[in-house]
Design a protein around this ligand. Structure first.
Ligand SMILES: [Fe+2]
Length: 242
Protein backbone atom coordinates (compact mmCIF):
# COMPACT_ATOMS: atom_id res chain seq x y z
CA UNK A 1 0.00 0.00 0.00
CA UNK A 2 0.98 3.62 -0.52
CA UNK A 3 1.15 6.29 2.16
CA UNK A 4 0.43 9.53 0.31
CA UNK A 5 0.93 11.89 3.25
CA UNK A 6 3.95 11.85 5.58
CA UNK A 7 6.19 14.21 7.52
CA UNK A 8 9.11 11.80 7.63
CA UNK A 9 11.81 14.24 6.54
CA UNK A 10 13.40 15.78 9.63
CA UNK A 11 13.88 19.42 10.56
CA UNK A 12 11.95 20.85 7.69
CA UNK A 13 8.56 21.21 9.39
CA UNK A 14 6.77 20.01 12.54
CA UNK A 15 7.44 16.36 11.64
CA UNK A 16 10.46 14.19 12.42
CA UNK A 17 13.06 15.84 14.66
CA UNK A 18 16.13 13.97 13.47
CA UNK A 19 17.47 11.27 11.15
CA UNK A 20 17.00 8.53 13.76
CA UNK A 21 13.28 9.31 14.03
CA UNK A 22 12.95 9.48 10.26
CA UNK A 23 14.49 6.04 9.77
CA UNK A 24 12.37 4.65 12.59
CA UNK A 25 9.24 6.02 10.88
CA UNK A 26 10.27 4.51 7.57
CA UNK A 27 10.85 1.11 9.17
CA UNK A 28 7.55 1.29 11.08
CA UNK A 29 5.73 2.03 7.83
CA UNK A 30 7.38 -0.86 6.03
CA UNK A 31 6.52 -3.28 8.85
CA UNK A 32 2.89 -2.26 8.40
CA UNK A 33 2.91 -3.23 4.73
CA UNK A 34 3.59 0.21 3.24
CA UNK A 35 5.92 -0.17 0.26
CA UNK A 36 5.78 3.42 -1.00
CA UNK A 37 5.66 6.75 0.84
CA UNK A 38 5.22 10.21 -0.58
CA UNK A 39 7.31 12.70 1.41
CA UNK A 40 5.04 15.71 1.94
CA UNK A 41 6.72 18.33 4.15
CA UNK A 42 4.74 21.52 4.68
CA UNK A 43 5.32 24.36 2.26
CA UNK A 44 4.11 27.62 3.84
CA UNK A 45 4.55 30.61 1.61
CA UNK A 46 4.89 32.95 4.60
CA UNK A 47 7.87 30.97 5.95
CA UNK A 48 9.42 29.44 2.88
CA UNK A 49 10.79 30.47 -0.47
CA UNK A 50 10.64 27.88 -3.13
CA UNK A 51 14.37 27.68 -3.99
CA UNK A 52 15.77 27.28 -0.46
CA UNK A 53 12.85 24.99 0.50
CA UNK A 54 13.58 22.61 -2.36
CA UNK A 55 17.26 22.58 -1.41
CA UNK A 56 16.38 21.83 2.20
CA UNK A 57 14.08 18.97 1.21
CA UNK A 58 16.91 17.45 -0.81
CA UNK A 59 19.41 18.01 2.01
CA UNK A 60 17.20 16.29 4.60
CA UNK A 61 16.68 13.36 2.28
CA UNK A 62 20.42 13.09 1.60
CA UNK A 63 21.14 13.13 5.33
CA UNK A 64 18.75 10.21 5.87
CA UNK A 65 20.47 8.29 3.08
CA UNK A 66 23.87 8.79 4.72
CA UNK A 67 22.62 7.07 7.86
CA UNK A 68 20.73 4.18 6.25
CA UNK A 69 22.35 0.81 6.88
CA UNK A 70 22.16 -1.99 4.31
CA UNK A 71 19.57 -3.61 6.57
CA UNK A 72 17.52 -0.38 6.69
CA UNK A 73 17.54 -0.20 2.91
CA UNK A 74 15.89 -3.62 2.74
CA UNK A 75 13.20 -2.68 5.26
CA UNK A 76 11.95 0.74 4.25
CA UNK A 77 9.40 1.86 1.64
CA UNK A 78 10.36 3.53 -1.61
CA UNK A 79 10.19 7.31 -1.38
CA UNK A 80 8.90 10.03 -3.68
CA UNK A 81 9.24 13.78 -3.16
CA UNK A 82 6.06 15.78 -2.69
CA UNK A 83 4.79 18.66 -0.58
CA UNK A 84 1.80 19.68 1.49
CA UNK A 85 1.19 23.14 0.13
CA UNK A 86 -0.64 25.56 2.40
CA UNK A 87 -3.56 27.23 0.67
CA UNK A 88 -2.92 30.74 -0.62
CA UNK A 89 -5.52 32.85 -2.44
CA UNK A 90 -3.24 33.32 -5.45
CA UNK A 91 -1.68 29.85 -5.56
CA UNK A 92 -3.48 29.06 -8.81
CA UNK A 93 -1.21 31.66 -10.46
CA UNK A 94 2.13 30.54 -8.99
CA UNK A 95 4.64 29.83 -11.73
CA UNK A 96 6.40 27.18 -9.59
CA UNK A 97 3.47 24.87 -8.84
CA UNK A 98 5.27 22.22 -10.88
CA UNK A 99 8.10 22.19 -8.29
CA UNK A 100 5.62 21.25 -5.55
CA UNK A 101 3.83 18.36 -7.24
CA UNK A 102 4.44 14.71 -6.45
CA UNK A 103 7.66 14.26 -8.37
CA UNK A 104 7.06 13.07 -11.91
CA UNK A 105 3.27 13.38 -11.68
CA UNK A 106 0.81 16.26 -11.99
CA UNK A 107 -0.68 15.81 -8.51
CA UNK A 108 -0.29 18.59 -5.98
CA UNK A 109 -1.40 18.37 -2.34
CA UNK A 110 -3.22 21.56 -1.36
CA UNK A 111 -3.80 21.97 2.36
CA UNK A 112 -7.04 23.88 2.81
CA UNK A 113 -7.56 26.57 5.50
CA UNK A 114 -8.49 25.36 8.97
CA UNK A 115 -11.19 27.99 9.20
CA UNK A 116 -14.50 27.79 7.41
CA UNK A 117 -13.88 27.65 3.67
CA UNK A 118 -15.34 30.34 1.47
CA UNK A 119 -16.52 30.25 -2.10
CA UNK A 120 -13.31 32.09 -3.03
CA UNK A 121 -11.20 29.23 -1.60
CA UNK A 122 -13.14 26.75 -3.69
CA UNK A 123 -12.67 28.81 -6.85
CA UNK A 124 -8.87 28.77 -6.45
CA UNK A 125 -8.74 24.97 -6.19
CA UNK A 126 -11.27 24.60 -9.01
CA UNK A 127 -9.09 26.82 -11.17
CA UNK A 128 -6.04 24.62 -10.54
CA UNK A 129 -8.11 21.52 -11.26
CA UNK A 130 -9.80 22.80 -14.40
CA UNK A 131 -7.39 25.31 -15.93
CA UNK A 132 -3.86 24.11 -15.16
CA UNK A 133 -2.09 20.82 -15.90
CA UNK A 134 -2.26 19.96 -12.19
CA UNK A 135 -4.69 17.85 -10.19
CA UNK A 136 -5.18 19.00 -6.60
CA UNK A 137 -5.18 16.48 -3.77
CA UNK A 138 -7.25 17.65 -0.79
CA UNK A 139 -5.38 16.16 2.19
CA UNK A 140 -7.05 14.81 5.34
CA UNK A 141 -10.63 15.55 4.33
CA UNK A 142 -11.63 14.19 7.74
CA UNK A 143 -10.05 17.18 9.47
CA UNK A 144 -12.31 19.60 7.63
CA UNK A 145 -15.51 17.66 8.17
CA UNK A 146 -15.79 18.77 11.76
CA UNK A 147 -14.95 22.42 11.34
CA UNK A 148 -17.52 25.01 10.46
CA UNK A 149 -16.86 24.64 6.75
CA UNK A 150 -20.20 24.44 4.96
CA UNK A 151 -20.92 20.83 4.04
CA UNK A 152 -21.65 21.83 0.45
CA UNK A 153 -17.96 22.72 -0.04
CA UNK A 154 -16.75 19.37 1.32
CA UNK A 155 -19.28 17.64 -0.93
CA UNK A 156 -18.12 19.73 -3.88
CA UNK A 157 -14.63 18.19 -3.73
CA UNK A 158 -15.91 14.72 -2.88
CA UNK A 159 -18.01 14.80 -6.02
CA UNK A 160 -15.55 16.54 -8.33
CA UNK A 161 -13.70 14.05 -10.52
CA UNK A 162 -10.87 16.50 -11.24
CA UNK A 163 -9.87 16.60 -7.56
CA UNK A 164 -8.40 13.74 -5.50
CA UNK A 165 -9.42 13.37 -1.85
CA UNK A 166 -7.16 11.84 0.81
CA UNK A 167 -8.27 10.61 4.25
CA UNK A 168 -6.03 10.21 7.31
CA UNK A 169 -5.51 6.84 8.97
CA UNK A 170 -6.29 8.24 12.42
CA UNK A 171 -9.87 8.94 11.36
CA UNK A 172 -10.34 5.43 9.98
CA UNK A 173 -8.89 4.02 13.18
CA UNK A 174 -11.61 5.71 15.26
CA UNK A 175 -14.36 3.12 15.73
CA UNK A 176 -17.07 5.75 15.99
CA UNK A 177 -16.19 7.18 12.57
CA UNK A 178 -17.23 4.13 10.57
CA UNK A 179 -20.67 5.51 9.58
CA UNK A 180 -19.02 8.67 8.25
CA UNK A 181 -16.10 7.24 6.29
CA UNK A 182 -17.56 3.96 5.05
CA UNK A 183 -19.85 5.49 2.38
CA UNK A 184 -17.18 7.98 1.30
CA UNK A 185 -14.64 5.22 0.77
CA UNK A 186 -16.97 2.66 -0.74
CA UNK A 187 -18.33 5.18 -3.24
CA UNK A 188 -14.79 6.15 -4.31
CA UNK A 189 -15.22 9.78 -3.19
CA UNK A 190 -12.17 9.30 -0.99
CA UNK A 191 -9.59 7.79 -3.32
CA UNK A 192 -6.33 7.71 -1.37
CA UNK A 193 -5.02 7.29 2.18
CA UNK A 194 -2.25 8.72 4.29
CA UNK A 195 -0.90 8.48 7.81
CA UNK A 196 0.09 12.17 8.03
CA UNK A 197 2.70 10.80 10.44
CA UNK A 198 4.84 13.35 12.30
CA UNK A 199 7.02 11.22 14.62
CA UNK A 200 7.53 7.63 15.81
CA UNK A 201 5.39 8.33 18.89
CA UNK A 202 3.17 11.37 18.48
CA UNK A 203 1.07 11.07 15.29
CA UNK A 204 3.00 7.93 14.41
CA UNK A 205 2.79 5.90 11.20
CA UNK A 206 -0.56 4.14 11.63
CA UNK A 207 -1.74 3.38 8.13
CA UNK A 208 -1.31 -0.36 8.66
CA UNK A 209 -3.99 -0.35 11.32
CA UNK A 210 -6.31 1.68 9.09
CA UNK A 211 -5.84 -0.81 6.28
CA UNK A 212 -6.80 -3.67 8.60
CA UNK A 213 -9.85 -1.71 9.77
CA UNK A 214 -10.89 -0.98 6.19
CA UNK A 215 -10.56 -4.65 5.28
CA UNK A 216 -12.98 -5.50 8.09
CA UNK A 217 -15.37 -2.65 7.36
CA UNK A 218 -15.33 -2.43 3.56
CA UNK A 219 -13.77 -5.71 2.38
CA UNK A 220 -10.75 -6.74 0.31
CA UNK A 221 -12.03 -5.44 -3.02
CA UNK A 222 -12.19 -1.85 -1.77
CA UNK A 223 -8.62 -2.09 -0.53
CA UNK A 224 -7.51 -3.47 -3.87
CA UNK A 225 -9.25 -0.61 -5.65
CA UNK A 226 -7.57 2.01 -3.43
CA UNK A 227 -4.18 0.41 -3.98
CA UNK A 228 -4.65 0.18 -7.75
CA UNK A 229 -5.85 3.79 -7.91
CA UNK A 230 -2.79 5.01 -6.01
CA UNK A 231 -0.40 3.00 -8.17
CA UNK A 232 -1.95 4.44 -11.31
CA UNK A 233 -1.48 7.95 -9.87
CA UNK A 234 2.20 7.14 -9.34
CA UNK A 235 2.70 5.48 -12.72
CA UNK A 236 5.16 8.19 -13.85
CA UNK A 237 6.44 9.13 -10.41
CA UNK A 238 10.16 9.61 -9.89
CA UNK A 239 11.43 7.58 -6.95
CA UNK A 240 14.39 8.76 -4.89
CA UNK A 241 17.50 6.61 -5.03
CA UNK A 242 18.76 5.58 -1.59
FE1 LIG B 1 0.26 16.83 6.93
Amino acid sequence: MIDFHTHILHHIDDGSHNVVESIQMLRMSYEQGIDTVVLTPHFHLGEHQIGPWLEERQLRFDQICQYLTEDDKKHIPRMIFGAEVEFQPDMNHWDYLDKLRINGTNYIMTEMPFMPWTGENIKVIDDIALHTPFTPIIPHIDRYMHTFTPEKYIRHFLEMPEVIVQMNAIYINGVHNVPFYKPMIESGQVQILGSDCHSPEWRQPDLGMAIRRLREVCGDSILERIDAFGREMLRDAIYQEV
